[in-house]
Design a protein around this ligand. Structure first.
Ligand code: PEP
Ligand code: MN
Length: 314
């Protein structure tokens, strides 16, 4: 009989301890990259990746999708000029907030329904689907009637009534990770949406709060392979809110693609120095063009492409 090596015996003992932790402590969902969450978001053996269809743009397949646009909708000119340029340089989806979650009640709160109307009109003029945030259960239907995908922001990741309402609406949902949320809490939040019958959900890593203050948040890129391992849902990364620094957005975007992200969402503004909201982390139009050219090389290196990089110039 062949005796087990010390390393094998040790590994067996560790496995037994891990199994015991999984069985006895419901808070310890993550052991060695395995999740104990029994749920609709979990990846079952041999399950295919979910592909989310945003009015014809597919997220979660072989091609990487870049979502770009201003933090907030400010005016027709601002949105149109930004949208036109990001599309010409390969963005697949337009972003822009009409309802803004601001830390101070005295800051610009967004244009509200007027902003939604601009988003809807300009997205059609330009020919890009649009994603925008919803913050209130009472506005889900209205926001969904203007947008191709609704966004639930970091501050609302654990707003359970809002998650349920989003789960009942017929539009895809972009769910951003709460800034204090663990991976399991993030997946359980997504579970609320799936549980209502809406499986068109994209997970977005947007940085978490740590003791580090040199960046706005700490962009947790290890969340990407972890989420992809635990769940079948597409995962995208927001390097704008994740770092809070315009100059760091290109390198973190490349890193996100390299670790397996299915897409990116980033803030781009035609005049970042005049932006009402988050200008310091917004790329200008030329910076976005350069970033897209660099991204294509990384995408190719990991066997992928950027979905609309061949988009017609308009
Ligand atoms: C946003 O994308 O506009 C936003 C407010 O992001 P977050 O919810 O990640 O802070
Ligand atoms: Mn912003």
């Amino acid at each position: 009989m062949i005796r087990n090596t010390n390393a094998e015996v040790r590994q067996e003992a560790i496995n037994k301890i891990n199994e015991a932790i999984m069985e006895t402590n419901p808070c310890n969902n993550n052991v060695n990259g395995k999740s104990a969450i029994p749920s609709k978001v979990s990846r079952k053996p041999s399950q295919k990746d979910t592909i989310v269809n945003i009015n014809g743009v597919l997220v979660g397949g072989a091609e990487i999708v870049v979502i770009a646009g201003p933090c907030a909708v400010e005016s027709r000119e601002q949105l149109f000029e930004t949208a036109r340029s990001v599309k010409a340089h390969g963005a697949g989806i337009l972003r822009g907030g009409a309802f803004k979650p601001r830390s101070s009640p005295y800051n610009f709160q967004g244009l509200g329904e007027e902003g939604l109307k601009l988003l809807s009109i300009i997205s059609k003029e330009i020919g890009l689907p649009v994603v925008t945030e919803v913050m209130d259960t009472r506005q889900v239907e209205m926001v969904a009637s203007y947008a191709d995908m609704i966004q639930i922001g970091s501050r609302n990741m654990q707003n359970y009534p809002l998650l349920k309402e989003a789960g009942m609406c017929k539009k895809p949902v972009l769910l951003k990770r709460g800034m204090m949320a663990t991976i399991d809490e993030f997946l359980l939040a997504a579970e609320y949406i799936l549980n209502q019958g809406n499986d068109q959900v994209i997970l977005c890593e947007r940085g978490i709060r740590t003791f580090e203050t040199s960046t706005r948040n700490t962009l947790d890129l290890s969340a990407v392979p972890m989420l992809k391992r635990l769940s079948h849902l597409p995962v995208i990364v927001d390097p704008s809110h994740g770092t809070g620094l315009r100059w760091m957005v290109p390198s973190m975007s490349k890193a996100a693609i390299a670790v397996g992200a299915d897409g990116l969402i980033m803030e781009v503004h035609y005049k970042p120095e005049e932006a009402i909201c988050d200008g310091y982390q917004s790329l200008n139009l030329d910076e976005f063009r350069l970033l897209m050219a660099g991204l294509n090389k990384i995408a190719k290196a990991v066997g992928r492409g950027i979905s609309t990089l061949k988009a017609a110039h308009i």
